[in-house]
Design a protein around this ligand. Sequence first.
Ligand SMILES: *Cc1c(COP(=O)(O)O)cnc(C)c1O
Length: 403
Amino acid sequence: MRSWPEFDTNPEGLATALEYLIASRSEETAKLPDGLPGEGMGEKEALELLAPIILDGARPLGAPGFFAHMDPPTPWITWAVQQWTASRNQNLLHADTATTARALESNVVDWIAPIFGMGGGHMTPGSTVANLTALWAAREAGASEVVATADAHLSIKKAAHILGLPIRQVRWESARDLTGAAAVITAGTTSTGTIEPLDAAAGAMWRHVDAAWAGPLLLSERHAHLLDGIERADSVAVSAHKWLFQPKESALVLFAHQDEAHRSISVGGAYLSEPNVGVLGSHGASAAPLAATLLAYGKQGIARWIDHSMALAEQLHHIVCTHAELEARSSPQSGVLNWRHVQVGAEEILAELPKSVFVSATTIDGEQWLRSVAANPNADPEFVVAGVLAAADQAASAKKRSR
Ligand SMILES: *Cc1c(COP(=O)(O)O)cnc(C)c1O
């Protein structure tokens, strides 16, 4: 009988892959073949071709100049455990084969859900799917519309469309007639990091908190109070691949009443030993790197990264406020700062940024702002500001030349 060594443990090949990970060797950007290879080039050659693309070509999210998006650097232990899960390739759809992988996910959910005052839930590949899942449960419980503010994440609009529910834009201070509504309150809006009032929409039949970004503040003794009231929600979404420092794709949908909610979004099938809960079919063990992170560093270890990142956003705010050519829109509520140069537009600055510095831009009330997000505990606010000022100078002198 033929055996396929590709599926066996290959210590030498894995060591080569690890060598690239530890110290990538190539500076040259490789070119992929134009078409799908017929005969393969071999494993070492494939690794050699891909290392500069996947490793060297990636923007370094943990470098001092990176303070731009909700994408954190990831602790190395998650890289290692993700290799393990790839090697075992358990499918959490199947209760009969993925026994330990499923138990690990339940364990992780049992650790995290109580922090949010929730009874349980499950993992999803992101909060886009977590929001869809929560609103699906809300619809099954009788919700006939989705209400949210104009600042809700675009995934809420997507979910409403998919579920065939109308979506109504409200301001929480003046929202009325919520009896049939699934209300989505955002804890950490994407543009400004604003935490909407968590006691809003008291009359809604279902209250969902989209805590994709700011949810992990609950791990921090210093900042948990910002999310007071979240425990009264019916459901919560939180992205672990944001402020829990997980590799993508990793998030949780949490329910106040897990069993009831899960039953309402379950579908049985002839080949399944247990009904399929939620949106996903086959899916992998994203709980494994999260379990490793929680075990290795604990709640307090993660809280220290978050607290430090929050302090960096405060420091950036301070530098901006004391610099004559810079201004901030407001103080950063959940580690998101909107700021700008008083003379040079955000898009012009972005076009001139040195490679070592990364900020993003956003439009708020028709005005352009730079946006910095505290997802990188290694960031250096002074370095970021220096990069932005240099880019502003570049943009200004380029403009002068072209006149
Ligand atoms: C990021 C984000 C989402 C979407 O989460 P993904 O994990 O990117 O799918 C939803 N809501 C808010 C407020 C977010 O910041």
